[in-house]
Design a protein around this ligand. Structure first.
Ligand code: ATP
Ligand code: MG
Length: 607
């Protein structure tokens, strides 16, 4: 089933006011796919609405984030959380966390707990305003009786299939139910007996009496209550009739004094129904509903139904699998709450349905980890290097900064010894043109350590595989500077063979191979079989043995990695959060410039 993209209406709101930072956003509308550049200061049309409301005399702002506890929160929910809590922060109002727990068949306590943990982790606080729709079941019931007494609701005996048929569709008008004209007394009696448990599931509903010929299907006498002899995770066996989402939602907002009820675009044509309920109940100062476009992310599915399928069918390892777009998955992958909030700020809020480039999310975490992650070295595919002229048994201690741009991170000690590991990819026996790394007879710099030259390649006599490089080091190049100013372009990361520690490293790729898996007939057909690569036998600096789960590091040249909770004493596990892109090239350039500067190179002022 293809995704129904909305019209271009309101798309101009998605365009940034200025484009200075060059963040890319693919915007998809009915009219096609656009790529646009986002400014750091994102746009949010809801600010304008709220400011107009304040200018017109409104005194306070109350919003809510209303998850249904039937799955884990995902990055799309983060957009809604940041929006609702963000508005409360910006305008000195409050935001409630309200569970829309009206459907006991799909809801679980596990989800209630996980959702609270994830909202808190994102950095938001509902204080004492943890609410549940189920807390209002009695009030909703009283209101339903009020509508019955006003002749605005009736008990209907049509089966679900019959009701669907009577309601018609977009092309076919609805027909009134044969039970539509029951008397108030009969309706009240039946509704009370529904509550008392006298009737089986599906045998009766309470329906609003609105307009069977309305163009808006939602107004064709929508159900308000269904019979479900199912216990509820909070109310237990107290109820066997449960309110529909449509009946509960607006009234829950009204009970909580919500002033701005913000929801995604698919509820736009439910708004007349919500307004009808609030009006018929005589609720003063009703909430104002504002719709915005939900987040769609490329190479990602964000429908809870699909995410549940991925978990239940074992395509991923649970809700917090680092490939999942859930907040639990992103956290385990190494995403910081700050990076997710920055992402939500950058994409802005509009009424134009768009497909946001997942690269934008990756950039947000890169930006954040660039600031906060210490730099260390790890070798993913180790190749042994023996420094033949290095005295056996000796080590040289070298101080290396933990962050090249932020001295407050301090330094750590690296130990250079006769045997070390470099990345297998950093050596080529037959190097191509412009190869600056190691090759027979070539010299490279070991980061923060020294210059080495490859003298000999040792192979496994059976397999022919290269198992060792025999190199010489230049003892005068300690720290990595050539003593005579000779130019050594390539720099490789390394670890000492003696004191490095083994680690398992999990590399992730996109979970799906097509840009918009949610729009495909069978999204599972587009699962990427190579979305997870587990590397065992990696080697990392010894200081990492002490790192606790969740800690993030930049492995120089390789990306940002965080310690996975599967880590046990003696068994370190890392997840790669995201690759680095071009930052290594930048560092090398910078260092070359500063080496030139300290050597009194051309045009550099002396101090
Ligand atoms: P699904 O349609 O996948 O079942 P949902 O919208 O029903 O998800 P809820 O638990 O009802 O999930 O969502 C809670 C809030 O989060 C709602 O206000 C909803 O509008 C918002 N939300 C859900 N998905 C997104 C998204 N992709 N982008 C922005 N907001 C979202
Ligand atoms: Mg929903």
């Amino acid at each position: 089933m293809g995704r129904a993209y909305r019209s271009h209406q309101g798309a101009e709101r998605a365009w940034p006011r200025a484009s200075s930072t060059g963040l890319r956003l693919a915007l998809r509308t009915a009219a096609g796919v656009y790529s646009l550049t986002m400014s750091e200061s994102s746009s949010n049309f809801i600010h304008d609405i709220i400011e107009a409301d304040f200018a017109a005399g409104r005194r306070r702002l109350v919003t809510r984030f209303p998850p249904e506890p039937n799955g884990y929160l995902h990055i799309g929910h983060a957009k809604s959380i940041c929006l609702n809590f963000g508005l409360a922060e910006k305008y000195g109002g409050q935001c409630n966390l309200r569970f829309d727990d009206t459907n006991p068949c799909t809801e679980e306590e596990e989800y209630v707990t996980a959702i609270q943990r994830d909202v808190r982790w994102l950095g938001f606080d509902w204080q004492d305003r943890l609410c549940f729709a189920s807390d209002y079941f009695e009030r909703l019931y009283e209101w339903a009786e009020q509508l019955i007494r006003a002749g605005k609701a009736y008990v209907c005996d049509l089966s679900p299939d019959e009701m669907a048929d009577y309601r018609g569709n977009y092309y076919r008008k609805g027909r009134p139910s044969p039970f539509r004209d029951r008397s108030v007394e009969e309706n009240l009696d039946l509704f009370r007996r529904m509550r008392a448990g006298e009737f089986p599931d599906g045998s009766k509903t309470l329906r609003a009496k609105i307009d069977m010929s309305s163009q808006n299907m939602n107004l064709r006498d929508p159900p308000m209550y269904r019979i479900r002899h199912v216990p509820h995770h909070r109310t237990g066996h107290a109820w066997c009739i449960y309110p529909t989402y449509d009946w509960a939602h607006g009234q829950c907002d009204a009970i909580e004094g919500v002033t701005h009820s913000i929801c995604t675009l698919e509820f736009e044509n439910h708004r007349p129904l919500y307004d009808w309920f609030l009006r018929e109940l005589g609720i003063a100062d009703p909430p104002r509903q504002i719709e915005f476009a939900r987040l769609n992310l490329s190479y990602t599915v964000l429908s809870k139904r699909k995410l549940i399928q991925l978990v239940q069918q074992g395509h991923v390892n649970g809700w917090d699998d680092p490939r999942m777009p859930t907040l639990a998955g992103l956290r385990r992958r190494g995403y910081t709450p700050e990076s997710i909030r920055a992402f939500c700020e950058r994409i802005g809020v509009s009424r134009a349905d768009s497909l946001v480039d997942v690269g934008l999310l990756e950039n947000a975490v890169r930006d954040d980890l660039n600031r906060r992650a210490p730099r260390v070295m790890g070798v993913l595919h180790p190749l042994r290097v023996v420094l033949t002229n290095f005295p056996p048994g000796q080590t040289i201690e070298l101080e290396a900064p933990l962050h090249p741009e932020d001295p407050s991170f301090g330094t750590r000690t690296l130990r250079l010894s006769r045997e070390l590991y470099i990345e297998r990819d950093d050596f080529r026996e037959n190097p191509p043109n412009k190869w600056f790394r190691l090759a027979p007879g070539r010299e490279v710099r070991l980061r923060y350590a020294c210059l080495i030259t490859c003298q000999e390649v040792v192979r496994d006599p059976h397999t022919g595989e290269i198992v060792e490089l025999r190199c010489t080091w230049d003892p005068a190049s300690r720290g990595g500077q050539a003593p005579d100013g000779r130019r050594v372009q390539g720099t490789s990361h390394w670890v000492s063979a003696e004191d490095s520690v083994p680690a398992e490293v999990r590399l992730y790729d996109r979970l799906f191979t097509c840009e918009d898996p949610g729009a495909q007939e069978d999204f599972l057909a587009y699962l990427n079989p190579a979305s997870l690569t587990v590397l065992s036998g990696c080697r990392v600096e010894p200081m990492l043995a002490q790192a606790s789960p969740g800690a993030s590091f930049q492995f120089e040249r390789l990306g940002y990695f965080c310690v996975d909770p599967d880590t046990r004493p003696g068994h370190l596990v890392f997840n790669r959060t995201v690759t680095l892109k071009d930052s290594w090239a930048k560092i090398e350039k910078k260092e070359q410039a500063s080496r030139l500067a300290s050597a009194g190179g051309p045009g550099t002022p002396r101090g």
